[in-house]
Design a protein. Structure first.
Length: 146
């Protein structure tokens, strides 16, 4: 009887702990190959941002699309291997704000849906954290850069 009560208590504790973890909002977007600022290969992920209507997340890493899986830390250097995160407005000028710090992680491989997470903290101290799933954009075939 005591063993059964311990088992029930352990199961209840597990469910209570797992239920108390916040679930990150899930965003759906697309990814494609792109050109880096120095005209080398890059990839871009775009995700609609629930922050404000008419905004989107723009994530880029300056590596070939084939190397999309990995952890990317925000940097505004534009150098090979660097990554950038921006929160942009859907306007003709695409005004974008860059976070003070941030990173994104991608799992999966080109040609299939990818999954990941994004975390970014802006100068106002607001931290945004999301999960995402992205599909291949229609124009994902290799671009000639340079």
């Amino acid at each position: 009887m005591m063993h059964k009560l311990r088992s029930i208590a352990a199961m209840a504790a597990f469910w209570l702990l797992s239920a108390s973890k916040p679930v990150l909002p899930l965003l759906y977007g697309e990814y494609s190959s792109d050109c880096a600022p120095y005209d080398g290969p890059a990839f871009v992920i775009t995700l609609p941002a629930p922050v404000h209507k008419g905004t989107f997340w723009w994530l880029r890493a300056n590596v070939p699309l084939a190397e999309i899986a990995g952890h990317w830390t925000h940097s505004s250097t534009g150098q090979p291997g660097a990554a950038a995160i921006a929160l942009c407005q859907k306007t003709p000028t695409h005004k974008c704000d860059m976070p003070e710090e941030g990173s994104f992680t991608v799992t999966g491989h080109p040609g299939a849906n990818i999954k990941g997470t994004i975390a970014a903290t802006f100068t106002d101290g607001i931290r945004h954290v999301y999960r995402f799933t992205a599909a291949t954009a229609r124009h994902t075939e290799g671009r000639l850069c340079g």
